[in-house]
Design a protein around this ligand. Structure first.
Ligand SMILES: C[S@@+](CC[C@H](N)C(=O)[O-])C[C@H]1O[C@@H](n2cnc3c(N)ncnc32)[C@H](O)[C@@H]1O
Length: 208
């Protein structure tokens, strides 16, 4: 397990990173990538959507282009303070302080869950994906963007030491273990590194 796949360490890491996050983020996760992922999720205007690990609100801002019913959750106060400054605490977006693996929402509360760039910090991603399945209505979609596993063995060792990096086979396994169906993946990235991220879209079974 990587050094940042620990909730306390990830919280500490983001206490400092939150001050510069919005300036660094576009180098690996930009508006073009976000637009491509949003098109995959294809939200309707009346959909209620939860953004897990919403951070300073970059994914949240994209979700608001599709629906006004956006909820955000993050375990870092530093990150949430930046998001509150942009959207208000409960104004355009309803923000909650919380943990991806223990979502403080009732069963079937949302039409969809979105999570960009957060799965790599969760100690138990399958537990979090099961929580996504619980809070999304049957037939609803979940979209997760995470870091693609590097091809070079040197970078693989470095990546494994830091956080979760995964390939399509591993994403398939995690989503299947969590009970999802119709699982599909797309790699994406900025022009200088077009496969840096892996985006997975999966559906909660209709008979859930
Ligand atoms: C790279 S940022 C991504 C922020 C945002 N989703 C975006 O698209 O820019 C990762 C975020 O995940 C949050 N995070 C990490 N572990 C978490 C957990 N267990 N529960 C909730 N949020 C978590 C961090 O605090 C951080 O804000």
């Amino acid at each position: 397990m990587g050094v940042l796949e620990d909730k306390g360490r990830a919280r500490l890491f983001y206490r400092y990173l939150s001050t510069v996050y919005d300036r660094i983020n576009p180098f690996i996760w930009n508006e073009e990538m976000r637009a491509e992922a949003l098109e995959m999720l294809a939200l309707d205007a009346d959909d209620r959507v939860l953004d897990v690990g919403c951070g300073t609100g970059f994914g949240t801002e994209g979700l608001l282009q599709y629906t006004e019913h956006v909820y955000g959750l993050d375990q870092s106060e530093g990150q949430l303070e930046k998001a509150w400054a942009k959207f208000g605490k409960t104004d355009r977006v309803d923000f909650t302080f919380g943990d991806a693996e223990r979502l403080p929402f009732a069963d079937d509360s949302f039409d969809a869950v979105w999570s960009s760039g957060s799965i790599e910090y969760w100690p138990n991603p399958v537990a979090a994906l099961r929580e996504f399945r619980r809070v999304v209505k049957p037939g609803g979609d979940v979209l997760v963007v995470g870091p693609n596993y590097p091809r070079s063995t040197v970078f693989q060792k470095l990546a494994d030491a830091i956080m979760l990096f995964y390939d399509e086979a591993e994403a398939d396994r995690m989503f299947r273990d969590a009970g999802f169906e119709r699982i599909e993946h797309r790699t994406m990235g900025p022009t200088y590194k077009p496969d840096v991220a892996i985006t997975t879209l999966a559906r909660v079974p209709d008979d859930d």
